[in-house]
Design a protein around this ligand. Structure first.
Ligand SMILES: NC(=O)c1ccc[n+]([C@@H]2O[C@H](COP(=O)([O-])OP(=O)(O)OC[C@H]3O[C@@H](n4cnc5c(N)ncnc54)[C@H](OP(=O)(O)O)[C@@H]3O)[C@@H](O)[C@H]2O)c1
Length: 320
């Protein structure tokens, strides 16, 4: 089996680097200055225990990969980039197996429109990607927890083999029959990614309102999701430690996107709650508010942490 990591940033870069380090065949697909650095100098993974640079096969587009029947694609771009990537992938690779190593619950559904073998992966992996060619994995000795299963449910030989390769490469990973229960549970915490990225002050009331809306929406939509105790069982093993040469992890993945000046994933995190709210008649003004603020921040190139809670509240929809 060869792993083609499509989107070799914080998550994809860490997974790809560790799999390659442990003797698995890996190819990366990247773009922009990151692609150039990967081609010229290789991929550098920094962890609390080591700094490792490896030359790994890399392409700038699925057309540049010499596709094989034993390829498994690990999709690891942010969700707003998934649809375009899947279209390019199907055209170049045909009906290849896809593992969605991404937050939210939208990627699997997008992939299943185009591909027959789609797997969800829930990603607990504190990672950072701010500089071309470099990814940082902050947890040690286990870099991340990466349980996975077939979409919408079930397991099979392929995902068992993937989980075994990940375990052999420094991750915790188990096949899971109902992977989307875990992904819906994790989405609840990712609703706060944008608050952390934008907010400069105490935003406790906003956090509570966003969570209350999500819980109301899940109840109305009869979403099956893992409760806190079940979730706690799955996330044991993440231990964030200092990484030599890197001061500290300043923010999560949405914070990193904003500080790199890129687009934000918010429409697929808070936007999932807003969508479910629209479908099931539950108002979601606070999640909509965060989507509006995220769109503005990305459009105007705002600095992370540059919104007071009052400025966020100014984005509440007026017709609520
Ligand atoms: N970072 C974390 O700690 C963390 C933890 C848990 C889960 N997650 C989730 O994991 C997923 C990946 O997040 P991440 O933090 O790894 O994102 P990231 O650091 O931004 O990495 C994604 C990479 O994919 C690249 N990319 C996007 N579209 C591409 C395309 N068509 N062709 C080639 N490269 C492409 C991006 O390039 P550009 O920079 O040019 O856009 C970027 O280098 C997200 O769903 C995120 O929510 C992240």
């Amino acid at each position: 089996m060869r792993y083609v990591i499509y989107g070799a940033g914080a998550i994809g870069g860490t997974i790809g680097a560790r799999l390659a380090q442990h003797g698995r065949e890996v190819a990366l697909i990247a773009r922009g200055p990151h692609l150039e650095t990967l081609r010229d100098d290789g991929l550098t993974l920094r962890t609390p225990d080591e700094t490792l640079t490896q030359k790994i096969t890399v392409g700038g587009h699925p057309d540049e990969i010499d596709w094989r029947t034993d390829d498994v694609v690990v999709l690891a771009m942010k969700t707003q980039d998934t649809a375009d990537a899947l279209t390019a992938l199907r055209s170049a690779a045909g009906d290849v197996a896809i593992v969605c190593a991404q937050n939210g619950v939208a990627n699997e559904r997008m992939a299943a429109r185009l591909f027959s073998h789609v797997y969800g992966m829930v990603v607990w992996l504190p990672g950072t990607h701010l500089q071309p060619g470099e990814v940082i994995a902050h947890s040690s000795p286990i870099a991340g927890i990466l349980h996975a299963g077939r979409y919408p449910q079930g397991t099979d030989d392929l995902i068992e083999a993937v989980a075994a390769d990940l375990r052999a490469s420094g991750f915790a990973s188990q096949p899971n029959e109902k992977i989307m229960r875990l992904k819906y549970a994790k989405l609840l915490s990712n609703l706060l990614n944008i608050v952390q990225a934008l907010s400069s002050g105490a935003a406790g009331d906003i956090v509570r309102a966003v969570r209350d809306e999500a819980n109301a929406v899940y109840a109305a939509a009869s979403i099956d999701f893992a409760g806190p105790e079940e979730l706690a069982d799955h996330v044991k093993g993440i231990t964030v430690k200092p990484v030599p040469g890197f001061e500290s992890r300043l923010g999560g993945s949405t914070w990193q996107s904003l500080s790199r000046g890129g687009s934000l994933e918010t429409d697929y995190l808070n936007g999932e709650i807003a969508l479910l709210g629209a479908l099931h008649g539950v108002p979601t003004p606070y999640n909509r508010m965060l989507q509006a603020a995220a769109a503005e921040a990305s459009r105007e190139g705002r600095e992370p942490g540059s919104y007071t809670p009052e400025e966020l509240l100014a984005h509440l929809p007026t017709d609520r």
